[in-house]
Design a protein around this ligand. Sequence first.
Ligand SMILES: [Zn+2]
Length: 311
Amino acid sequence: MPQKLLKSAHYIELGSYQYWPVLVPRGIRLYTYEQIPVFLKENPYITDGYRAHLPSKLCLKSIFILSNETVNIWSHLLGFLLFFLLGVNDMAAVLPAAGASREDYVIYSIGLFCFQVCMLCSVGYHLFCCHRSEKTCRRWLALDYAGISIGILGCYVPGVFYAFYCNSFWRQVYLLTVLALILAVFTVQIHPLYLTQEWKWIRSAIFCSVAGYGIVPACHWVWLNGGFDTEIVQVFFPRVLVMYFIAASAFIFYISKIPERYFPGQVNYLGASHQVWHVLVVLMFYWWHQTAVYIMHYRHSQPCPQYSSSA
Ligand SMILES: [Zn+2]
């Protein structure tokens, strides 16, 4: 950071027991929960470390200061970098070595592009939520939610593509229904009440339904393959279960505000529920990407039976 920005050493509270010196650029100060505008008040257990009232330029500069959003911003910025580098590695090494078809390249590009968009929308929201204009903050929040839908789409596309690799009818049916679902979510997001506190549970219900819908193609796939005794189901079904386990844990942290609920003010900067949610989302996408690589190798090594109606 340029030296001229480092005007003041501001002592902020880290947890409720230690004090760490943090250099804060001029124009950016940190606020307590009581001091911030109403539209930023959504988690009373995070008591301090808020940025607020900032113009766009200072929102951007605040990426380098320690605030209660620092971990949220950097976790998904690094997540973006991870999926970008995974994409480069897939295109340059993994896919050519696997003898991938043009379709494989397209599916990997779509999946990783969706993950990267999701990460960047989240970074944008956590950077600009402290904007002095409430409208700007709301727009970034809407984009953050849209990013989550796109991230979910990025999980469905390779999942459905490789699960129904040998059954193009059901592959198309599920890809189209998922696309229609995501488009329906985008349409609902335009509703003026969508971002309000009153719609908090409706928002969660919508995201759970879109993510939970995956159980339908998963069960159908198990049935088409002849149940839980077949090899392919035993190889891949546990991976789907792990995926849902990570997703459910992430959502539980997100919605319950644990651990800050039990330690108000002590995890303002590190260890808050939203940070756990962010890390688990990156982990989930990474897990799903590795699963796609695994199932692709499996599909290439065992070509589809010529007249098979199974998946
Ligand atoms: Zn977030």
